[in-house]
Design a protein around this ligand. Structure first.
Ligand code: UN1
Length: 517
């Protein structure tokens, strides 16, 4: 097992999470099997090889689907509150393992340890939410137009839910989906990102232990590993009625088309191009904290990261100076060292995309006021550490319209009323998250009105990232339209059935149709 140069307790964390040097990447429960190619997991923190995972072959996949199908027959019959009890135990296990799992997230993905812990906290929160939900899952009752008839609706589980998740939230996004799907009576097959496979193994170990301890069959929680080819096995598979996919717009379009071609359901959570509008009535201190955390948190690799600041011209220079000053305080380095604010990007490909975006913004006429660059030397050997950058730009630059998964913040200027800022904010293809910084009620309400932000998330006086699990999470336009997590997002994991019951001795037809025999 790899030893990290400075001991941040990674080896102990891996041990607690049951991760071995070489991991079979396919599992229908607590045992793993696999015959596929090897995926190496390198840490962007120090470039070390953390472990190897075998990817899932077509034969392995078949076995997974068969086992999941069998498990569904049992799991769906368990009363939902009893399923809730299992998820409660799963949440408790996550509480116990919060530190090692948070550490692995930080080490394999590169986000700060604080954010790694935050991610595990999101998992715990969704478990609590799901436990409460297990005593609800309610439908409506309606009044029938026919005498002696009763109408109501109920929700039943779908079957196998396929989950494809991204590297940037390697554990929480799975939990949002799987905790709700399990409560709903579904079984899950998860393909984590091939960039963070060990996080997947760790989560599967935790879940499998809980199911096993409760004498439940294998297959309620399944893990498959590999690249898009393994994802395609699910998107093309009729036995998987719902595919929930998080990732790029490009990936989402492919998934959506494949699933739609077989009339399956998809839940898409794709790219964002999130902006904060800063009006003349904004609180400057709050704006700086919200914007800087939004732009550099997770090294700009959240789908909710702040990419654009739309600042009123009257306060533009003041806001710009404050943000630049704040950037000067940022410490970039090993994310396990809690003194650092910003960790590495996920890999060197991401660094290349970051560099490319900086070149493009200059080519298009932008002005790099915090110029960025790649860090070199001791502590930065992985080659994945970059300086957060800021560019003054125009909203219609091609590069500004594009989501670059890196800490690059574009400053845009608006004049006149808040409506002008909203127009700029909405003028992108993505529609995930948005925010306004203002103490002016009129501006805030216009921003939240039907003529305001067109995003799935619209915040006042907080940044674009860091949504709580209690609300439905997702966005409009090319973000894909899906909603995960809180509110009534659970409904997508179930099928709705309308029931009409006749308790008379007659058979009257609806709409008054006469049909006498
Ligand atoms: C993501 O980046 O895919 O709102 C999810 C947030 C987090 C989730 C982000 N709670 O920033």
């Amino acid at each position: 097992m790899t030893l990290v140069a400075v001991d941040f307790g990674i080896d102990q964390a891996l041990e607690k999470l049951g991760i071995k040097e070489t991991n079979n990447g396919t599992s229908t429960g607590s045992d793993y099997f696999s015959s596929g190619e090897i995926i190496d997991s390198y840490s962007p923190v120090d470039g070390a090889l953390i472990g190897k995972v075998k990817s899932t072959s077509l034969n392995d996949y078949e076995k997974v689907i068969e086992t999941a199908t069998e498990a569904f027959q049992i799991w769906r019959k368990k009363p939902a509150p009893q399923r809730g009890e299992i998820i409660r135990q799963f949440g408790d296990k996550l509480r116990e393992l919060k530190e090692p799992l948070g550490k692995l997230v930080s080490y394999e993905m590169g986000k700060s340890y604080q954010e790694g812990l935050g991610e595990v906290q999101e998992m715990i929160d969704i478990c609590d939410f799901a436990v409460g939900l297990s005593r609800q899952l309610h439908g409506l009752t309606m009044h029938s137009e026919r005498p002696g008839h009763r109408m109501y609706e109920q929700y039943h589980p779908l079957g196998i839910v396929g989950i494809i998740s991204a590297f940037n939230f390697p554990v929480a996004v799975w939990a949002w989906n799987t905790a709700l799907a399990w409560i709903c009576g579904d079984v899950c097959v998860w393909k984590p990102s091939e960039k963070t496979p060990l996080c997947g193994i760790a989560c599967q170990n935790i879940a499998a232990e809980v199911f096993k301890a409760n004498g439940l069959p294998e297959g309620i929680s399944c893990l498959i590993n590999g690249d898009y080819k393994v994802g395609e096995m699910m998107t093309n598979d009729k036995r998987v009625p719902l595919v929930s996919a998080t990732g790029s717009i490009r990936m989402g379009k492919i998934v959506a088309q494949a699933v739609a071609a077989r009339l399956g359901k998809s839940l898409l959570e794709l790219g964002g191009n999130n902006a904060i509008i800063v009006t003349p009535d904004a609180d400057l201190k709050m704006t700086v904290i919200g914007a800087v955390f939004g732009a550099v948190g997770t090294a700009g690799q959240r789908c909710t990261s702040t990419r654009r600041l739309i600042i009123h011209e009257s306060i533009y220079n003041k806001v710009k100076e404050s943000i630049v000053t704040a950037y000067e305080q940022l410490r970039i380095g090993n994310p396990l060292d809690e003194n650092n604010h910003v960790g590495p990007l996920i890999d060197k490909d991401a660094v290349a995309m970051y560099k490319d975006a900086l070149e493009k913004v200059v080519d298009e006429g932008g002005n790099l006021i915090v110029k960025g660059g790649v860090l070199e030397g001791e502590g930065y050997e992985s080659g994945c550490y970059v300086y957060p950058a800021i560019a003054e730009a125009d909203n219609d630059f091609k590069i500004v319209q594009h989501e670059t998964f890196a800490p690059i913040l574009y400053l845009l200027k608006y004049s006149g009323d808040v409506e002008n800022a909203i127009k700029i904010q909405n003028d992108v293809v993505q529609g995930l998250s948005s925010a306004i910084m203002t103490n002016n009620l009129r501006e805030a309400e216009i921003f939240l009105s039907a003529a305001g932000s067109d995003c799935g998330i619209a915040n006042v006086n907080i940044g674009t990232s860091g949504a709580e699990i209690g609300g439905a999470f997702g966005g409009e336009k090319e973000t894909g339209g899906g909603r995960e997590s809180g509110s009534d997002a659970w409904k997508i994991y179930m099928r709705r059935q309308t029931n009409t019951i006749n308790y008379t001795t007659e058979l009257p037809l609806a709409q008054g149709i006469k049909f006498d025999l």
